[in-house]
Write a protein that binds this ligand. Structure first.
Ligand code: DQA
Length: 158
């Protein structure tokens, strides 16, 4: 099983940018913890960060046929990007959206979310721990998909 983690613009600045909102952890530290958890659970994991919308679209598309699930924080593109939304829809993989901050209790413009409606679920406002919660959620989702496929195989054919 392979999970791809996609990080949007300015998340490479974590640990520097607005620490009162996003905390002191750097992206490499968050990824380090996710990697450890993935290894403990026998899951392959790949990390990708870009400040460019088209590169994020390309990465989501590359997940088709390569990954079993996507964990994505589209950052500011959450509020604007129909292109990233369409890419997530197109690949039709289990996708969990993460936001470090609680976007619902911030500025009005952050309440517009183009991405959430095409994701399986969202983790919002837990700080960097949200990525860990997303990993747990993704493993649970994968187990449920596997169990459903097994049940389907065993069901008598009509
Ligand atoms: C963010 C929230 C977005 O509104 C913001 O533009 C970000 C980070 C978050 O993780 O809380 O860059 O996605």
């Amino acid at each position: 099983m392979k999970i791809v983690v996609i990080q949007g613009p300015n998340l490479n600045m974590l640990g520097v940018r607005e620490q009162h909102v996003y905390g002191p952890m750097k992206l490499e530290q968050i990824h380090g913890q996710m990697k450890d958890f993935a290894e403990q659970n026998g899951v392959e994991i790949e990390f990708f960060q870009s400040n460019l919308e088209g590169e994020i679209v390309d990465k989501v598309q590359e997940c088709y046929g390569d990954a079993n699930g996507i964990i994505i924080n589209p950052a500011a593109y959450t509020h604007t990007s129909i292109a990233i939304r369409d890419a997530i829809s197109a690949v039709s993989l289990p996708t969990i959206e993460v936001h470090i901050s609680n976007i619902h209790r911030r500025e009005e413009f952050r309440k517009t979310n183009m991405i959430a409606p095409v994701c399986s679920s969202s983790v919002v406002g837990f700080g960097p721990f949200g990525y860990h919660l997303a990993m747990i959620g993704m493993l649970q989702m994968m187990n449920e998909i596997k169990a459903a496929e097994e049940a389907q195989k065993q069901a008598p054919q009509a």
